[in-house]
Design a protein around this ligand. Structure first.
Ligand code: HEC
Ligand code: HEC
Ligand code: HEC
Length: 91
């Protein structure tokens, strides 16, 4: 039974992951390209335990997102507008 149920749950989940996620913020929504990030790092880099929503908020987001960008010297770090009010090319 498990073998049949798993793909039915997993397939729509993968489709939803293909889209850029948008985090609402009053100072400008943040587009997060989950699938691109997912292709660069193992899930455990951002998800402790099973990969699923973890109640992201400002504190968690800044620690996670800015933390890695700063450490790796990539992506937006000091400029708020690199994330807030950014628009992914596909919308
Ligand atoms: C690397 C990306 C990134 C950068 C750079 C960044 N933020 Fe954020 N910030 C986020 C994300 C993602 C959230 C949304 C988390 C959530 O969904 O609650 C957020 C949330 C916030 C919120 C809460 C908004 C709300 O509606 O509650 C504030 C305020 C904020 N950031 C201010 C700033 C300021 C000021 C800067 C620049 C000094 C900055 N951020 C730089 C990613 C970033
Ligand atoms: C660079 C960081 C990062 C990596 C790497 C990452 N994720 Fe995520 N993922 C997130 C964030 C941030 C969220 C949104 C969390 C929230 O809303 O609380 C998320 C949400 C999810 C969700 C919830 C569905 C959704 O669309 O919100 C699933 C499922 C998921 N990730 C699976 C994965 C899998 C599987 C991998 C590895 C192949 C992975 N993630 C790698 C950051 C990442
Ligand atoms: C584990 C490391 C890591 C984490 C965590 C991470 N990023 Fe990134 N991010 C990267 C790398 C590497 C790039 C550069 C990709 C490139 O240049 O192609 C990047 C690039 C970006 C960009 C530039 C545009 C793009 O999509 O390439 C944005 C915006 C961004 N990240 C947002 C976020 C947000 C928002 C979060 C937190 C929810 C986050 N990142 C978490 C590693 C990370």
């Amino acid at each position: 039974m498990k073998r049949i149920i798993f793909p039915l749950v997993a397939i729509p989940m993968l489709f939803s992951l293909a889209e850029a996620k948008v985090f609402k913020a009053y100072n400008g929504d943040v587009d997060f390209n989950h699938s691109k990030h997912m292709g660069m790092y193992p899930c455990t880099e951002c998800h402790e335990g099973p990969p699923r929503p973890f109640g992201i908020d400002k504190a968690k987001a800044h620690k996670l997102c800015i933390g890695c960008h700063t450490k790796e010297g990539v992506g937006p770090t000091r400029h708020c507008s690199g994330c807030h009010g950014n628009k992914s090319k596909d919308d």
